[in-house]
Design a protein around this ligand. Structure first.
Ligand code: FAD
Length: 384
């Protein structure tokens, strides 16, 4: 059992997914002492399982705080990727790949049109493609099926999330962040609406500030903390549930297309080395992370329908991850009610990778006593 070098860190981050690691990286970059406690291995849950799609956004035109968060993240992602690469020599394979969106049924077409209106209002470039343009620009695509709508978003980007996590872990280490893995907090001690100390591996640790970044498991912790604090039962508690997403990885041998293909909630994402990720289901299955043969077969067939050249691609592996979903699908970013030095950053649902640099920026500002550059009211923890 490893012992801690510091028992009074300025910041204790609970949870080592992309959200916790990004916050730790940002805080350490500001010169703070940070300790991260992770119940398993760092970066192996939803953040590892996800696809790494980063849809376009425009910070300059965004007026709504949610869009501002996306816009800020979209600007920061290339900057963070370049900085992490320079600091760690780990390439997270961030690239502006463009993204193709297709709709076959009327429901999908209506959702796609609404999304496009939204993008255009924010000054995000949207290219509507007619069948001839689609066939010319995407020759690998099976266009012989009835397609109601086809849209290309040139500003969409992708990141290879497992590599991004490796880079974040190394970047944190370089900045002096201390990690403790395979460990959970066994005791929380509160004093006058403050977290006074916690017990980790039998050691008492007294952080000045604690941030819960525990993804789909967050409600288990917030309930525990709020039960201790001066929390009025009339206030709304944060609610986060796990939503399972299954994916399958195919090996196409070499890369023959570069833009991810999206239809509804499913997508086909070409990696740089010829691997192709196909996802994802959206299921309520509690904390069960198993995969089902039906879902994997369905995803494989989906990919082969759109990209016939994948017919011979071998299945490399299949897995699932648990998206942390708040009831309104908006992340919680803020202080826990009745608890002066405990914060929550969780519930990013399908966009946690995308939103991670902006989340780290605004949470660090908030926890350092500054006014966050984005109004965090819509993300408050006790919203109804
Ligand atoms: C199939 C799938 C596809 C996705 N695709 C995309 C995508 O294309 N783009 C995108 O932006 N997002 C995507 N997402 C969403 C994204 O992955 C999540 O929103 C994001 O990873 C959430 O990050 P997190 O750090 O909050 O959670 P996690 O990565 O789950 O990290 C939480 C960590 O907290 C730890 N923890 C939990 N409880 C405790 C405890 N008591 N003590 C210590 N540690 C604890 C866990 O072990 C875990 O390591 C996808 C998700 C899935 C599942």
């Amino acid at each position: 059992m490893s012992s801690l070098s510091r028992t009074c860190p300025e910041f204790l981050i609970v949870g080592g997914g992309v959200i916790g690691l990004s916050i730790a990286y940002e805080l350490a970059g500001r010169g703070h002492q940070v300790l991260v406690v992770e119940k398993g291995a760092l970066g192996q849950e939803a953040s590892w399982a996800g696809a790494g799609l980063l849809p376009p956004a425009n910070e300059k035109e965004a007026w709504d705080p949610q869009e501002q968060l996306r816009g800020l993240s979209h600007r920061l992602f290339p900057e963070w990727s370049a900085r992490l690469k320079a600091e760690t020599q780990i390439d997270n394979q961030f690239e502006v790949s463009g993204g193709l969106y297709l709709a076959r049924d009327p429901g999908e077409a209506a959702s796609l049109r609404m999304a496009c209106v939204h993008y255009e209002e924010e000054g995000v470039e949207v290219q509507r493609l007619n069948p001839q343009q689609l066939a010319e620009r995407f020759p690998h695509l099976q266009t012989g099926q009835p397609i109601r709508d086809a849209v290309y978003l040139p500003g969409e980007a992708v990141v290879r999330n497992p590599r991004h996590l490796q880079a974040l872990v190394q970047g944190c280490r370089n900045r002096g962040v201390e990690f403790i893995e395979n460990t959970q907090i066994t005791r929380w001690r509160f004093q006058a609406e403050q977290l006074a100390s916690v017990e980790i591996n039998g050691q008492v640790v007294s952080p000045a500030v604690c941030c819960l970044a525990t993804g789909a498991w967050s409600q288990l912790l917030t309930d525990q903390v709020l039960d201790h604090g001066n929390f009025s039962g009339r206030m709304q508690r944060p609610e986060i549930e796990p939503i399972r997403g299954q994916l399958v990885l195919l090996d196409a041998g070499q890369r023959f297309f570069t833009s991810p293909i999206n239809e509804g909630v499913r997508y086909i994402v070409p990696r740089q080395d010829g691997l192709v990720l196909v996802g994802a289901t959206v299921e309520e299955a509690g904390f069960d992370k198993s995969t089902t043969p039906e879902a994997i077969e369905d995803l494989t067939q989906f990919a082969r329908q759109w990209v016939p050249r994948l017919a011979d691609a071998k299945q490399v592996k299949a897995w699932s991850g648990l998206r942390p979903a708040s009831v309104d699908r908006i992340p919680y970013l803020g202080q826990l009610p009745g608890m002066a030095n405990v914060y929550l950053a969780a519930g990013h649902y399908r966009s946690g990778l995308h939103l991670s640099p902006a989340t780290a920026t605004v949470m660090s500002q908030l926890m350092c006593g500054e006014t966050p550059q984005i109004d965090l009211h819509p993300f408050r923890v006790n919203r109804a």
